[in-house]
Design a protein around this ligand. Structure first.
Ligand SMILES: Nc1ncnc2c1ncn2[C@@H]1O[C@H](COP(=O)(O)OP(=O)(O)O)[C@@H](O)[C@H]1O
Ligand SMILES: [Mg+2]
Length: 604
């Protein structure tokens, strides 16, 4: 017999929690957002075991009264909105009133808080949504949430969590975004009691970018600025040389939220127009303030997306702002006329409005920056020097794909003779049996893959020490990806030394690699590792990584090879095991025997 029962609130919470609380990083995001909404200017995050064991966020915000401290665990209890119309005038990061209830339903939560001006604070312990203890405590003004044993009561969901290192890297990513979006907040971050970063508050975004992402984030940062009535833009875009093969250097914030928006990313790229080499992505840290009436953040439970009612306007305003910034920034690059961006100081972007710290439902209004010293140089894209830089950017694109594969071994002759290269992609060759067409990228991929594999299996790794170690400046997420795979990389010849902060030194590389491309190859590989790009036809995790490197370092389609390079490629391919297919199983060469040709021509 069927009997319909109402689910308990606790079960409802657990179901809904699936949307908001996907992994430890989502809890970090919710807690830190609450601290920001509470007007904190100092926020500390401590985690252990990738956040599975502990996530603790401590802030110096307004805190909560004993009554509010109890209420915050009730689903749909929020101090941020009152009615539906408030949803269209959102000035806070939170508004659903469900995060704390959801977190508490799947973990052990300890809350300590003291309301501004109160004598005593409150401590509440909740286990899987049930209140266990409430007491008065002495505590600093502010709030501390400790979330322990995530998914302790839903083991099936705990099983779905990734390794500590992967979960850590998601958290590091979340924190990186917060730190970039809020330079006026002091952020501290500890992982397993070790400091990851301690970023004192600064008044300028540029300083925060350097403190957090390092000097190598961009060779040069160009301020971007727009003051349209409904859409305001402040931030920095990277120069041409800082463009990357992926979008990993793009940080977008809209109304104080980290947002994934392919549309705006595209608008930025199109602002670079032909300046940007093909398939390269600019890096940028861009903050937009959009009139809440034209932006809807209530379309994704984790509020990572936004929908605009005036899409076209947002696109063109962004594109134009980037284009204008670039024209000015590039003129500066070539030391033309006056230089409005000379001052790389914190004062360039001043805080105009102090955040209003009260417990009003509009906790704080927009925190806009005004650039000082920003003037129009009157330069246009037609200027000669800008044309030069355009030329430079095109060459640069070729440079980036340049893989100069030197023959380190003695030259040997092959039975296959290259006749010519067509489309800068295929080698047309002959041997005594017929005609052979080689796919230069697939062939080189196989060669490198087998050499890496040999290094991995051999006891003595064939590697070359670099005269000067190569410094890799990475994001925290990238550092983690590299750390997690360090031992494998060492087995194939990349000797890496953690230099502290977010810097790695590369001490040696596989002997058959060309120095010039190492940074490009390693950064590309790290991106693949982070994105866990699946490789068709390969199952083994180690082989995956070898393939990432092989694919990133193999000569590209469209690259001209001279006679000697063609011969070297063929000789090496002939010596490679499994030479007829690339690591994905696609052919590296096609053969047409003379007999076949004769048949086709009707001679037989
Ligand atoms: N760090 C904090 N400081 C002060 N108040 C907080 C803090 N975290 C949560 N709160 C209070 O608890 C309420 C519920 O939080 P939450 O479940 O995240 O929902 P929302 O943020 O959507 O309102 C908030 O509206 C706020 O009043
Ligand atoms: Mg919240």
């Amino acid at each position: 017999m069927n009997k319909i029962k109402l689910l308990s609130q606790n079960v409802i919470n657990q179901i809904a929690a699936g949307e908001v609380i996907e992994r430890p990083a989502s809890i970090v995001k919710e807690l830190v957002e609450n601290s920001i909404d509470a007007g904190a200017n100092s926020i500390t995050l401590e985690i252990s075991m990738g956040g599975k064991d502990l996530i603790r966020v401590t802030d110096n915000g307004v805190g909560m009264s004993r009554e509010d401290a109890k209420l915050c665990f009730v689903k749909h209890a929020t101090s941020k909105i009152e009615n539906e119309s408030d949803l269209y005038h959102l000035y806070t990061l939170g508004f659903r009133g469900e995060a704390i209830a959801s977190v508490a339903s799947v973990s052990l939560v300890e809350l300590k808080t003291k309301f501004k001006g109160a004598n005593l604070g409150t401590e509440i312990n909740i286990e899987g949504g049930d209140e266990k203890k409430i007491s008065d405590i002495g505590f600093n003004e502010g709030t501390q949430f400790s979330v322990k044993s995530l998914f302790f009561n839903t083991p099936a969901r705990r099983k779905f969590l990734k390794s500590d290192s992967t979960e850590y890297s998601h958290i590091a990513d979340t924190m990186t975004n917060f730190a970039l979006c809020y330079p006026e907040i002091h952020f501290k971050f500890y992982n397993n009691s070790k400091k990851v970063f301690d970023l004192p508050k600064v008044s300028g975004l540029e300083k925060r970018i350097f403190d957090l992402l390092g000097d190598n984030y961009a060779k040069k940062l160009i301020p971007v600025f727009s003051d349209h009535k409904e859409i305001k833009i402040r931030g920095f875009i990277g120069d041409l040389e800082s463009a990357r093969t992926t979008k990993s250097g793009q940080y977008l914030f809209i109304n104080g939220r980290q947002i994934n928006n392919a549309y705006i990313s595209h608008a930025v790229s199109s602002g670079y127009s032909s300046f940007l080499p093909e398939k390269m992505h600019p890096c940028f840290v861009m903050k937009m303030e959009v009139d809440p009436q034209i932006a809807d953040f209530n379309i994704h439970p984790r509020k990572l997306e936004v929908r605009f009612s005036k899409q076209q306007d947002v696109y063109s305003i962004t594109k134009y702002a980037v284009k204008e910034a670039l024209e000015k920034g590039l003129s500066n690059n070539f030391n033309l006329k006056q230089n409005p961006f000379e001052t790389r100081n914190e004062g360039v972007w001043e805080l105009k409005d102090e955040r209003i710290k009260n417990n009003d439902k509009h906790l704080f209004k927009s925190n806009f920056y005004t650039p000082s010293g920003y003037q129009n140089t009157g330069l246009k894209l037609s200027d000669k020097n800008i044309q030069d830089s355009l030329e430079f950017s095109k060459n640069f694109s070729q440079e980036m794909s340049k893989i100069n594969f030197e023959i380190h071994e003695e030259r040997r002759t092959s039975s296959i003779k290259p006749l010519t290269q067509v489309k800068n992609s295929y080698l047309i060759c002959e041997n005594d049996q017929g005609l052979i067409i080689i796919d230069q990228h697939a062939a080189h991929e196989r060669i490198i893959f087998m050499k890496l594999k040999k290094n991995l299996l051999d006891k003595t790794v064939s590697k070359q020490q670099l005269l000067l170690p190569l410094q890799l400046n990475l994001s925290y997420k990238e550092v983690e990806a590299l750390n997690a795979n360090k031992s494998l990389l060492e087995k194939i010849g990349f000797e890496l030394e953690f230099f502290g902060g977010n810097t790695f030194n590369v001490l040696s590389i596989p002997s058959f690699f060309n120095h010039d491309d190492i940074e490009f190859i390693l950064k590309g590989m790290i991106d693949d590792l982070i994105n866990e790009v699946p490789v068709k036809g390969i199952e083994d995790k180690e082989d995956y990584i070898l393939h990432y490197i092989a694919c990133r370092s193999a000569i590209k389609f469209g690259k001209f090879l001279n006679q000697r390079e063609q011969e070297a490629l063929i000789t090496q391919l002939e010596e490679a095991e499994m030479k007829f297919t690339c690591p994905h199983g696609r052919p590296t060469m096609l053969k047409f025997s003379f007999e076949e040709l004769e048949k086709k021509f009707g001679r037989r």
